[in-house]
Design a protein around this ligand. Structure first.
Ligand SMILES: C[S@@+](CC[C@H](N)C(=O)[O-])C[C@H]1O[C@@H](n2cnc3c(N)ncnc32)[C@H](O)[C@@H]1O
Length: 218
């Protein structure tokens, strides 16, 4: 079984299901670990590039795992997987993948964006997925991991309880669970980010919005 880095180890710890799909499987380590430890019974690895696809095939050959070539959710049928992970891409790419085939998104989704987690929170609010938890993980470099669950059909998507009582625009940018927990490393990050923006001569509208949200939240 491959040793997972702290980022993927954390993601693996959030997944337990019958059939799990991992988009952008690359080295195949996440699914190999999930299958080797019995956290999932069957896996579906999806890759859109030849070398990572070949690497996934080698890493996953001895497990109950399909390795499929294709773009995002295109090779997955509706209802085929119970859970989904997408790790190590930008938030914008992840949202493109999730919105292209909305009926193929499983009920439980774990995402580890390298940037723009705000876009992912907006996707959850617009698509009826509640943000059930979010964490910063890692040793030197910190990564964000967000976990979503499909809301019941009669619950309005914008009624995600994670945002209840919070400054919504700050919560979308910075994370509602982070704002509630106010962990030391999260507040330290906000202070560092505030200092960075305050040192800039000119702020873009997006940076201004983020700085304002940070100042309202610290
Ligand atoms: C930076 S790697 C991350 C690998 C692994 N998920 C991890 O977190 O360690 C991103 C992988 O996603 C694949 N990828 C990017 N866009 C994709 C898409 N639309 N469909 C399938 N795979 C994709 C890339 O080929 C690459 O192997």
């Amino acid at each position: 079984m491959p040793r997972l880095d702290p980022r993927l180890r954390f993601v693996a710890g959030r997944i337990r299901s019958q059939v799990h799909a991992d988009i952008g499987s690359d080295h195949g380590h996440l699914l190999a670990a999930l299958l080797a430890t019995g956290r999932v019974v069957r896996g579906i690895a999806i890759e859109n590039k030849p070398t990572p696809l070949a690497n996934s095939r080698v890493a996953l050959a001895r497990y109950a795992c399909d390795v499929r070539s294709g773009d995002g959710l295109e090779p997955l049928q509706p209802g085929e997987a119970d859970s989904l992970s997408v790790c190590g891409m930008g938030g914008r790419s992840m949202v493109e993948i999730l919105t292209r085939f909305p009926d193929r998104v499983p009920d439980h989704v774990v995402l580890q964006p390298n940037q723009r987690s705000d876009l992912i929170r907006r996707w959850g609010l617009a698509s009826g997925f509640h943000l059930i938890d979010e964490h910063w993980v890692g040793d030197h470099r910190l990564f964000e991991v967000l976990e979503f669950s499909r809301a019941a059909a009669d619950v309005l998507s914008h009624d995600d309880p994670a945002y209840e009582g919070l400054d919504r625009s700050a919560a979308v940018l910075l994370g509602p669970h982070h704002l509630r927990r106010r962990e030391t490393k999260f507040v330290e990050r906000l202070c560092e980010e505030r200092a960075y923006y305050q040192g800039l001569q000119v702020l873009t509208p997006a940076s201004r919005e983020r700085l304002d949200a940070i100042e309202r939240s610290i």
